[in-house]
Design a protein around this ligand. Structure first.
Ligand SMILES: Cc1cc2nc3c(=O)[nH]c(=O)nc-3n(C[C@H](O)[C@H](O)[C@H](O)COP(=O)(O)O)c2cc1C
Length: 276
């Protein structure tokens, strides 16, 4: 692998062919190449995965940093086709959940730590805090991303499923989750369908997300507008309508498109996350 290979990866990541600008990367290795090549995959072959895949991905996940080594996350490997079909329905009918052989459901898990605290201290009030919930969701996300990159390094495809939060209570029932455990998101894993190419989706230019020393919001307007043209060209090439800024505005301008996720606080409380 050469620096020009990696610059090509950065070129795709920042949509250089569509008018974007990429930084020159001064380092080259297989991990960076895999990270730059990430793309969500939504078309899968139904072929099963070797039995070794799940323990390999979970070892990668458990190798992520975890706040205070509390390890406030768990994961459920869902292979059963009927259960995947039911979860696909709960996630707004996303066909890739039913089609791919594996759905990993990443859990924010306060139950294990609460059980330990209850047994040793007779109290669990620290587990009621927003801070504990945040730690659990962050831990779950870090673990999942390690697993996602590991899967991609094995030539597998992945796509996250935030839509599992559309119906948190029903998802919890489907997975027999105890109180104080909630599904943060899913991760579909499978063999990408070679007939359906998934493209690398350009990201915001670095000057938007990277600040030096202090934060500057107004400075972002110009490069955000430039990115809107780049990602607009990408969407058009993919046959997707609309502009990125309108997608952002739709999502933040009203709660209509959230499909129930605007009621997450109540659902979390019901699941035993009081968020004090
Ligand atoms: C937490 C999370 C939840 C997501 N939920 C969904 C989902 O429910 N369905 C889906 O098709 N993609 C989902 N995605 C994938 C994003 O749409 C995707 O990562 C984003 O558009 C960038 O595209 P890329 O991953 O191909 O670079 C999710 C991604 C994340 C990180």
């Amino acid at each position: 692998m050469t620096t020009s290979d990696l610059d090509a990866g950065a070129g795709e990541r920042y949509g250089v062919a569509l008018g974007g600008t990429a930084p020159r990367l001064g380092h080259v290795n297989a991990v960076l190449a895999a990270q730059l090549a990430h793309r969500s995959v939504r078309a899968y072959l139904p072929d099963p995965l070797p039995d070794t895949v799940v323990p390999t991905l979970v070892a990668a996940a458990q190798s992520a940093a975890t706040s205070s080594n509390l390890q406030l996350w768990s994961v459920i490997a869902v292979r059963d086709a009927d259960r995947r079909a039911r979860l696909a329905r709960l996630a707004g009918g996303q066909a890739h959940i039913a089609r791919a052989p594996l759905l990993l459901v990443w859990l924010a898990d306060l139950a294990r730590a609460r059980r330990i605290a209850q047994a040793r201290r007779g109290d669990t009030e620290g587990g009621d805090l927003v801070e504990s919930a945040l730690v659990a969701f962050v831990d779950a996300a870090l673990a999942a991303q390690n697993a996602a990159l590991a899967a991609e390094s094995l030539g597998l495809g992945t796509v996250y499923i935030g839509a599992l939060r559309n119906h948190p209570v029903e998802v919890a029932a489907e997975l027999a989750l105890p109180p104080h455990v909630v599904a943060a998101f899913g991760l579909v894993v499978g063999h990408p369908d070679p007939a359906v190419a998934a493209a690398v989706k350009p990201r915001l230019p670095q000057e938007v997300v990277l600040h030096h020393e202090t934060y500057d919001l107004e400075r972002q307007d110009g490069p955000v507008a430039a990115y809107d043209d780049v990602i607009g060209a990408f969407y058009a090439a993919e046959g997707l309508p609309g502009r990125w800024v309108d997608r952002v505005a739709d999502r933040f301008g009203s709660v209509a498109g959230l499909r129930g996720r605007d009621r997450l606080r109540a659902a979390l409380r019901e699941r035993g996350f009081p968020l004090r």
